[in-house]
Design a protein around this ligand. Structure first.
Ligand code: GRG
Length: 294
């Protein structure tokens, strides 16, 4: 049966949204903290990470029910990272997903606590999930902690902040992005392959695919920053002047960044083929990530 990607994205997004709200309501008490958690969870977002996790698990023959806790836990960590990233001490942003950021809608302390609570809730729901056995729970929490903490996203964010206002070489930029955005995206793929009982060889190929996917996502994000912002504020497309952080288009030019991204698309597609799974949908997802417009 052929699945149309847009239908798949819509269906899974709805499922994830419902489940996320259900988890937050079930595990927290009504009040200001719960309101702030729900505010950011209900603000939307593409739900790319949980969708990639579910699609990978399904490609390996796993049932969706088995993926829901870890898929939602992953999205909770992503949401917490955005809440904290928007804070005055970090990017100091007023809007996210078209709405006032958490610290603008509530206050700084509440935004910090809502982020903290989403981070810890992610492990709690995985530990309590009856679809998973103990071995699966331990593996998933260990890998998710590695991907999001001091050897993953948080370390990437630290390095990114230290590199602000500096011209850094491409290699360093890639190292930052492999951690800051790549590790969570890669987790989505390896968790899915794990839940689908992938063999060691297939798992390794999927890990390669996940690593390439993280870079594809980031390069396209940088490209959209240039083309999107330029259109919004009337700058000539192709200029990211004023950005305090190094980006792929800054270091390679817009065309160079696109070429670099295409080489990662090829890498991801061939790793996926080598893994020998039912790959049509995942292949379309790689294409979608490299051509997305928001
Ligand atoms: C503060 C601990 C801490 C970490 C922050 C990932 C991150 C680290 C910050 C996000 C800053 C940012 C905008 C990075 C660019 C790539 C990125 C993660 C974009 C947002 O992800 P999407 O496009 O967002 O998946 P939606 O809203 O669709 O969920």
């Amino acid at each position: 049966m052929t699945v149309i990607l847009s239908d798949y994205l819509l269906e899974k997004r709805q499922l994830i949204n419902e489940q996320l709200i259900h988890y937050v309501r079930d595990y927290t008490v009504p009040g200001r903290l719960q309101d702030a958690m729900l505010y950011s969870i209900e603000a939307g977002g593409k739900r790319l990470r949980p969708i990639l996790l579910i699609a990978t698990a399904e490609a390996f023959g796993a049932k969706v029910d088995k993926t829901m806790a870890v898929a939602c836990g992953l999205e909770m960590i992503h949401t917490y990272s955005l809440i904290h990233d928007d804070l005055p001490a970090m990017d100091n942003d007023d809007f996210r997903r078209g709405l006032p950021t958490s610290h603008r809608r509530f206050d700084e302390a509440t935004a910090i606590l809502a982020g903290d609570a989403l981070l810890t809730l992610s492990s709690e729901i995985i530990v309590n999930d009856q679809e998973l056995n103990d071995r699966e729970r331990v593996f998933l929490i260990q890998e998710l902690s590695r991907a999001s903490g001091a050897s993953g996203m948080v370390e990437g964010q630290m390095q990114d902040m230290l590199s602000e206002d500096k011209q850094i070489p491409l290699e360093e930029l890639e190292n930052i992005h492999k951690k800051k955005t790549g590790k969570l995206l890669n987790f989505a793929i390896i968790a899915g392959a794990f839940l689908g009982n992938a063999s060691d060889e297939k798992f390794d190929e999927m890990k390669k695919m996940g690593e390439a996917l993280g870079l594809i996502f980031q390069i396209q994000d940088d490209i959209l920053d240039v083309t999107g912002d330029a259109e919004k504020i009337g700058k000539p497309v192709g200029s990211d002047e004023g950005n305090r952080k190094s980006t792929y288009p800054q270091l390679l030019g817009l065309d160079g960044a696109r070429t670099q991204m295409e080489s990662y698309v090829d890498e991801a597609q061939s790793a996926l083929k080598n893994a020998g799974v039912n790959h049509t949908l995942l292949s379309e997802l790689i294409h979608y990530l490299s051509s997305r417009d928001h």
